[in-house]
Design a protein around this ligand. Structure first.
Ligand code: FES
Length: 262
């Protein structure tokens, strides 16, 4: 699952999405101008731009689906938003595909139905884009951030068939750095504070933000979605809007290994 970590660190999907947006918006503009003023060169260009936009959208969807499965925190407001983002964007591409099929060939003049379908596609695309922007800028999906001391995002996967797991070496993390542990279907954060190690659920009790994607400071983890803060040892909220504790786990050091008790 190394590739998942690299996807968390590099916003591939938000970068690729610029291409289908540019192609599909231009396609609609060219088709509209061509149809309004009877200019075949414009509507033929519009047809090929629409096809390029459809292909680019399907390519951009691949890292988007990977992000949806692996990066967006489960049971969170971002997961719901990401589901709608995906449905709306597929709907937009679907409308452009129907418009292309209805048209029959690139040189055929686009009728009113084609123009209307593409206009509907753009409305959906704008709505999907708004949600995508929220996912990136508020929910920080795909944002390549750093912990203290330029610590990089790191994660590891474990089977959930033992009560005590060795999850890291003691020299792996510096103070105020974190590591995301996938234990079976649980997401647990291993954190190093100035006073030692702590482990807690990667699930903000407000709306499910990833705490591994937050900031660790002075024994508290800050959720970047809406600003809640939690004591990493007790799990108690120190600042809202979260009101409920987060789950914590016992960790101990054995030699140069860190052991987590589930
Ligand atoms: S999800 Fe809202 S503060 Fe964490």
């Amino acid at each position: 699952m190394k590739s998942v970590a690299s996807i968390k660190g590099h916003p591939i999907h938000p970068m690729l999405i610029a291409f289908p947006v540019a192609f599909l918006v231009s396609a609609f503009g060219c088709n509209l101008i061509g149809a309004l003023f009877g200019m075949p060169a414009w509507w033929t260009t519009g047809a090929w731009l629409a096809l390029a936009g459809i292909i680019a959208a399907l390519v951009a969807a691949v890292p988007g689906i990977v992000d949806y499965i692996y990066t967006v925190p489960p049971n969170s407001s971002a997961k719901t938003r990401a589901t709608w983002h995906m449905v709306v964007n597929f709907g937009a591409v679907g409308l452009f595909i129907v418009a292309w099929i209805l048209r029959g060939s690139a040189s055929a003049e686009p009728g009113g139905a084609v123009i209307l379908l593409e206009a509907g596609g753009l409305v959906l695309l704008s709505s999907g884009g708004w949600m995508g922007g929220t996912l990136v800028y508020r929910n920080m999906i795909g944002v390549n951030h750093r912990y203290a001391d330029t610590g990089k995002w790191s994660e590891a996967h474990f089977e959930n068939n033992e009560d005590v797991l060795t999850v890291a070496r003691t020299d792996e993390l510096k103070a105020n750095q974190m590591k995301l542990l996938h234990v079976g279907d649980k997401r647990i954060v291993l954190a190093r504070t100035e006073n030692g190690f702590a482990a807690f659920d990667d699930h903000c009790s407000h709306r499910g933000g990833s705490l591994a994607g937050g900031v660790l400071m002075c024994g508290k983890v800050h959720c970047l979605w809406h600003g809640s803060q939690f004591d990493v040892n007790t799990g108690k909220p120190c600042a809202g809007p979260a009101e409920r504790d987060i789950g914590t786990y016992h960790v101990e050091i054995s030699g140069n290994e860190i052991r987590l008790t589930l």
